[in-house]
Design a protein around this ligand. Sequence first.
Ligand SMILES: C[S@@+](CC[C@H](N)C(=O)[O-])C[C@H]1O[C@@H](n2cnc3c(N)ncnc32)[C@H](O)[C@@H]1O
Length: 260
Amino acid sequence: MSGKTNKTVADSLETDELLLPHMPFLLRDIWALGCSLQPILDSIAALNLSPGNTAVLDLGCGKGAVSVRIASEFGFNVTGIDLMQPFLEDARKKAGEYHVSHLCEFIHKDIIEYVSAEHAFDLVVLASLGGVFGTLRDTVSRLRSQVKAGGYMIYDDGYLKQADSLNRKGYRHFRDHDTAIKELTFYGDRLVKEVNTSALSEEINAEYLTVIRHRGKELADQHPELEKNIRAYIQLQEEECDIINNRIEGALWLLRKTEH
Ligand SMILES: C[S@@+](CC[C@H](N)C(=O)[O-])C[C@H]1O[C@@H](n2cnc3c(N)ncnc32)[C@H](O)[C@@H]1O
């Protein structure tokens, strides 16, 4: 990975570039890296799309939890894109365990570069990547360029509980609910469904903290020179979880791209 992409990925995982190579170890006990997996699957189930005929794009697929479960439960073809090679290797392994390797393709690429070209998927998923594409309006503009007319977009993210702003790295794209919906539907697409994921997100965050504290200790024993970075990372995650639990309402949005 180049220095710039290293930084992009480190930012998305809220870590620094020194710890980045150790993220697979710190996160080895978790498959789904922050997404609301079950609500994503439930939302897709309700669409009754036909297997064999449906192509899904999973942007920033991580270890493939969303991709593999979609392939396994619905028989759809899934393309997962990520910049972390070790995560993609885990994703391929999981696809094998779930007997869906023939349905899954995992590509090592920058998603920003990938979406700079148009594609014609039936469904695109962006789960737990926050404002990687910019504002909510920028995000929907990117997502809609990846699906055909009438295709679906799933964005697993959230909005501010209060109509203020969060001037913090990784949080600047968040808006209050009304503004978020206006931005998401700016291009005339239909909001099919919104699921509140706050309770689930609290559970996920609690599990995440338990895991990184435990693995963080092991990592610090093996690499004492990283102890300060590990402590800083865990502290940042604790702060972030606090902000998410108190100031953000978790939301999963399912949008349908307009036919014209
Ligand atoms: C918080 S994880 C979410 C992974 C997955 N969607 C899930 O919920 O399990 C964010 C993922 O996005 C990937 N990522 C971040 N920025 C990226 C970029 N510009 N291009 C490709 N992958 C990126 C990271 O490597 C990481 O695997």
